[in-house]
Design a binder for this molecule. Structure first.
Ligand SMILES: C[S@@+](CC[C@H](N)C(=O)[O-])C[C@H]1O[C@@H](n2cnc3c(N)ncnc32)[C@H](O)[C@@H]1O
Length: 193
């Protein structure tokens, strides 16, 4: 099979992740978004939804430099990461009372298993977004920020509509490390009302 531009771009970030000690190439998506938006700062309490294998949590940890706190949640196990409290559970069963503090930033790279059937994938993504939004409502401080992954199409519309009700500023992000052929896109809600 011919290898296209997207393959080489993905491969480039895989190699870069290995070289820089990141557990996933997804780490670069957060690095690139944060470079533009500066949402990860010292002393913040941050939760990372769908954190395994841990690339995003590593980036957060670098930015916090031992201050604030990071809680990572995933249905899969994650190898221990210094400075990150990991909770293994299905987000659908996550009890926010387990958190020891209010939260300044929620980041989510969570995605359902892709079936390839748009209708099913959109519905599953929207189900997860609904849970993420309920976590945001219960834990995120006024003025806090929320970064979430969704897919072009229905789930993007759903997320945009719901973030408009909760945040002063909305930004759509497609970092270079996210393959062009991928339907994934990120939406950032800044300054919770
Ligand atoms: C793209 S990966 C995240 C990669 C991560 N940001 C990194 O940099 O290493 C998406 C994650 O979402 C998790 N996930 C999917 N559905 C979930 C659910 N219902 N509850 C918790 N985690 C879930 C998957 O297990 C997977 O680890």
């Amino acid at each position: 099979m011919a290898k296209n531009e997207s393959y080489y771009s993905g491969e480039k970030y895989n190699l870069l992740a290995k070289k820089q000690g990141y557990r996933s190439r997804a780490a670069f998506k957060l690095v690139q978004i944060d470079k533009e938006e500066n949402i990860l700062k010292k002393n913040l309490n941050i939760i990372d939804l769908g954190c395994a294998p841990g690339g995003w949590s590593q980036v957060v940890s670098e930015r916090l430099k031992g201050t604030g706190s990071i809680v990572g949640i995933d249905i899969l196990n994650m190898l221990r990461l210094k400075g990150v409290e990991f909770i293994q559970c299905d987000l659908r069963n996550f009890d926010v009372s387990q958190l020891k503090t209010t939260i300044d930033v929620v980041i989510s790279d969570i995605a359902p298993n892709i079936s390839g059937v748009n209708l099913v994938d959109d519905a599953n993504m929207i189900d997860l977004l609904e849970i993420e939004l309920s976590i945001v409502d219960k834990t995120l401080v006024k003025g806090g920020n929320f970064l979430a992954k969704c897919f072009q199409g229905e789930s993007l519309e759903y997320l945009t509509l719901n973030l408009k009700k909760r945040f002063k500023i909305l930004k759509r992000k497609k970092p270079l490390a996210s393959r062009n052929i991928s339907k994934e896109v990120y939406v950032l809600g800044l300054n919770k009302i």
